[in-house]
Ligand binder design. Structure first.
Ligand code: NAD
Ligand code: ZN
Ligand code: ZN
Length: 390
């Protein structure tokens, strides 16, 4: 089959690779109909996540048609349409029982490597390094889905792929970012990053009742989408305005009730600290550029919540712990526990409360994945979200 493979730093290639096979009774094989490129894929592309190997099949946002099931997958049959959550989860361990599927204790066969970096291992993830399981991803014609008896959501009816594809990752991720903010009526929420994940964090904060949602980025087309499609009430271009000053002004000096970091480890800034991070990151002395996280902590009102859905990989410098501790802040974070949001968010789509396809700016065949990665990375041609069709 054809699959988009990681071939080194800043390089992917669509290659012929062996078809996936059922390995365990709880596996299913899915023929991919739509798949997308995520900001998390850029961290792999840009070489910031360790334990990638040449030839690894990328992709963790995908949906398609079931073509084969193991004996332990009674819930699915050949021909079913499914959306598959990006974290791989067993459904039965202590973490899964608590609904924390992105930290499933049973789905990462390489947990020992992750433990060395992180103390304990999170779940396995499709197409996301050997440290997180070495699973082949879904930017391909076919994929093997482990624990298919509890993961995939069956799509009934003829709702188009583009409306439900993002249930695999970015819609639940943005929603979890807002959910972690314990939003009450009247709340002000600020969102760093107006990429696809930020767009869904903004839209979800509005769905959950925030009165004002402030979007922060530097790309005008992303800020425009935040205001016109996702529902942001205010936007800040951080290259034109001091974010901290603007947020003070918008909140009568108090700061937002909650701050969502949907930027992660590849943050950008116009300040001298940015040069410091770039140098340390290039020398591999620091793994992150935690620009947005630092600002989110400093901006948040006393006693407020900092919700981190941007991905971090390792160690960060100069995070203002003094502000965090002395001002009674709470931090909540995680790879999205996609499984628990699938049904409730599907219901919101069915009721017409949101149409997630609003983030798509580019569609291309799978064979053009290398061009898609370059466009998305460099924000060429107003690129915000790329959907690939095998
Ligand atoms: P993206 O790269 O398109 O978006 C990131 C945005 O942040 C860009 O628009 C960029 O201009 C903006 N940005 C950079 N520095 C900034 C700053 N200092 N202030 C404000 N904005 C800034 O990627 P995406 O697909 O939207 O993903 C965003 C993050 O979410 C990534 O780190 C990704 O890995 C992560 N992610 C997490 C999960 C999860 O489960 N927690 C799931 C999917 C993606
Ligand atoms: Zn993703
Ligand atoms: Zn589990």
């Amino acid at each position: 089959m054809r699959a988009n493979c990681w071939t080194g730093r800043n390089s992917v290639d669509v290659l012929d690779v062996p078809d996936p096979k059922i390995l365990n009774s709880r596996d299913a094989i899915v023929k991919i109909t739509s798949t997308a490129i995520c900001g998390s894929d850029l961290h792999l592309y840009n070489g910031y996540i360790p334990t990638m190997q040449k030839g690894d099949v990328l992709g963790h946002e995908f949906m398609g048609e079931v073509v084969e099931t193991g004996s332990g997958v009674p819930n699915l049959s050949e021909g079913d349409r499914v959306v598959v959550p990006f974290p791989i989860a067993c459904g039965a361990c202590n973490a899964c029982e608590r609904g924390l599927t992105s930290v499933c204790e049973n789905s990462n066969p390489n947990a020992g490597i992750a433990e060395k970096f992180m103390g304990h291992s999170p779940s396995g993830i499709f197409g996301y390094s050997h440290m997180l399981g070495g699973f082949a991803g879904g930017q391909a014609e076919y994929v093997r889905v482990p624990f298919a008896d509890i993961g995939p959501l069956k799509i009934e009816g003829d709702i188009p792929d583009e409306k439900v594809l993002f249930l695999s990752d970015i819609f639940p991720t943005g929603y979890m970012g807002a959910d972690m903010c314990d939003i009450s009526p009247g709340d002000v929420v600020a969102v760093w990053g107006a990429g696809p994940v930020g767009q869904f964090a903004i839209a979800s904060a509005r769905l959950l009742g925030a009165e004002r949602v402030i979007a922060i980025d530097r790309f005008p087309e992303r800020l425009d989408m935040a205001a016109s499609k996702a529902g942001a009430t205010d936007v800040i271009n951080y290259t034109e305005t001091s974010v901290l000053e603007a947020l003070q002004e918008l909140t009568a000096g108090r700061g937002p009730d909650a701050c969502i970091d949907s930027v992660g480890l590849e943050g950008h800034a116009a300040s001298p600290l940015y040069a410091y991070d770039r140098v340390k990151q290039a020398a591999r002395m620091e793994t992150e550029r935690p620009v947005a996280l630092r600002e989110a902590i400093l901006a948040c009102r006393n006693g407020g919540i900092v919700s981190v859905i941007g991905v971090y990989g390792g160690l960060a410098d100069k995070v203002p712990l003094g502000a965090f501790m002395n001002r009674s802040l709470t931090m909540r974070t995680g790879q999205a526990h996609v499984h628990r949001y699938l049904k409730p968010l599907m219901e919101r789509i069915e009721k017409g409360e949101i149409d997630p396809s609003f983030v798509i700016t580019h569609r291309m065949p799978l064979d053009e994945a290398p061009r898609g990665y370059e466009m998305f990375k460099n924000k060429e041609d107003g690129c915000i979200k790329v959907v690939l069709s095998p």
